[in-house]
Design a protein around this ligand. Structure first.
Ligand code: ATP
Ligand code: MG
Length: 498
């Protein structure tokens, strides 16, 4: 796409100048709305430092504010009019995790801001939009690309841009490492026309890691190129207590501190907050209760567990398990059949991994007539879904006050003491796996080790933990297994948002 747009019909230097003047003096009388929201205002145009972050809980107006910042930066970084009416454009970009997230969440706010500006001033800042190239061009010669960065292949393509400024949403919750994404986008900020180069990111924190840890280090060292703003869900005057309460009741206490209060928690390496004292119970198999069979098919290693469900309270007890090492698929089918025979009734539901089609077909052929809740599998293996599923399991392990068993904070998910308690690899079942399941560590260029937000893969802990996760994610909307309502976690964390 050429930088010089000869025809430039709607580029308009005098209207652009007028818009810039209005923006300088009247910004908050245009965008201020009904309430004053100081933290957001500060983030939008309180600083011109190169590196900026807004760390806020969920629903704190990060995306709304970030898109207003994009507009602010586009007006501060105009293109260059040339004799004869052509323009040299100055490009910037809004980065979202996926193209879908940009279209559904970022772009609508940006377009709303353009309309608000036009309603207040009569000036339509948008010269044209190109669907083909996914970009807006404003009347001042600023262009705003819509770029996704959240997956490795998308991030790789981003390297080739030359930008004056950029904003990134949810940087700590993408599939790619936040620090890598940040550095790659930062390296694109080299546009010769840029007057106010800024890379502004907004995110809810995900522990003291990645970009968050980097900012903290720089700010503590007094680096004048870094700026941070924070907010809790109580700060945003545009959401109500119903929203806050729904978020709180859909979060484990640890999640709430991060997602509601925007706290930067020390990263823990263990994925689950699993304590034997809290999560183990004495349990005898109860023939009257339904059970869910969670299965992780593997080539040589495989795992299945039977989880008994108390339909009244919604409490889950992982009661029996089978593990296969160095076996084969036919052999594991026998293992599954044997477990079902021992349970003396058909499972209510079977939850598996979608990747192994042959085994899923076998399970369908064998059990679909007798499984009331069906045979289900996770729809995607993307990390977003792993993180989402891990969150759902953690929620059941440690529900918030009032959302556990008996309106208390008692766990919704417990484990029979009769399951193997071995920690060594050979005899390790789900109990040992819950204790050992970890986030991967990574060595940074600086030599320091950091804890990532990628769960380990292909280790002895994964098969049992995956089987359990499949059981949870396949049933979050099934009221029958959660005490007569959907798991409150999904009300605060709707699936498919990315
Ligand atoms: N200044 C504002 N004026 C009007 N409404 C606002 C303002 N800031 C935020 N909102 C509203 O608050 C709600 C949350 O905003 P937003 O989606 O930007 O939050 P978020 O922090 O990005 O949330 P999430 O964590 O879910 O991504 C939205 O309904 C949005 O329209
Ligand atoms: Mg958002």
């Amino acid at each position: 796409m050429p930088n010089d747009v000869e025809e430039g019909g709607a580029l308009d230097a005098s209207a652009a100048e007028e818009a810039a003047r209005i923006a300088r003096v009247d910004w908050w009388s245009i965008f201020g709305g009904e309430h004053e929201y100081t933290a957001q205002r500060e983030f939008v145009n309180g600083s011109d430092r190169l590196h900026q972050i807004w760390l806020g809980g969920r629903g704190t107006g990060k995306t709304w504010g970030l898109m207003l910042k994009a507009l602010w930066l586009a007006l501060r970084n105009p293109g260059e009019p040339r004799p004869g009416g052509s323009y040299r454009l100055c490009e910037g970009a809004m980065f979202g995790r996926t193209a879908r997230e940009i279209d559904h969440k970022l772009a609508p706010y940006f377009e709303e801001h353009l309309r608000t500006f036009q309603d207040a001033t009569g000036i339509n800042l948008l010269a044209w939009y190109s669907g083909k190239f996914d970009c807006y061009t404003l009347i001042n010669g600023a262009r705003i690309y819509k770029l996704s960065y959240g997956r490795a292949d998308a991030l790789k393509k981003d390297r080739g841009y030359t930008l004056g400024w950029a904003v990134m949403d949810e940087v700590e919750h993408a599939e790619v490492n936040s620090r890598d994404a940040f550095e790659i986008v930062l390296a694109t900020l080299r546009h010769p026309l840029a007057k106010e180069s800024t890379l502004a990111v907004a995110t809810s924190p995900n522990g003291l890691r990645g970009v968050t840890a980097h900012f903290l280090k720089k700010l503590r060292a007094g680096d004048p190129n870094y700026y941070a703003q924070t907010a809790t869900v109580y700060d945003n005057p545009y959401v109500d207590d119903v929203f806050r309460e729904r978020l709180k009741s859909g979060c484990s206490p640890r999640m709430w501190r991060q997602e509601g209060l925007g706290e930067i928690l020390r990263p823990v390496e263990a994925i689950y907050d699993f304590e034997e004292g809290k999560h183990l119970i004495d349990w005898r198999w109860r023939a009257d209760l339904p059970y869910i069979l969670g299965i992780d098919w593997g080539e040589a290693h495989a795992y299945a567990c039977a989880i008994q469900i108390d339909e009244n309270s919604g409490r889950w007890v992982v009661a029996r398990e089978r593990k296969m090492e160095d076996g084969s698929r036919p052999k594991f089918r026998e293992v599954v059949l044997d477990l079902v025979r021992e349970c003396a009734r058909a499972p209510y539901m079977i939850a598996t991994d979608r990747a192994v089609r042959s085994e899923n077909n076998w399970a369908m052929g064998t059990f679909s007539d007798v499984c009331e809740g069906g045979i289900r599998w996770a729809k995607s293996r993307t990390q977003q879904h792993i993180a989402w599923g891990v969150g759902a399991v953690e929620y059941m392990l440690n529900p918030p006050a009032g959302k556990g068993i008996g309106q208390d904070d008692d766990p919704r998910l417990v484990f029979s003491r009769e399951l193997s308690g071995h920690l060594e690899t050979a005899g390790r079942g789900l109990r040992g796996a819950m204790i050992n399941y970890r986030y991967r560590r990574r060595r940074m260029d600086t030599g320091e080790y950091v804890i990532t937000n990628d769960p380990e893969t292909n280790t002895p802990n994964c098969h049992p933990c995956d089987a359990l996760r499949y059981a949870v994610i396949s049933s979050v909307y099934d009221e029958k297994v959660h005490g007569g309502r959907v798991l409150p976690y999904v009300e605060a964390h709707p699936l498919g948002s990315v």
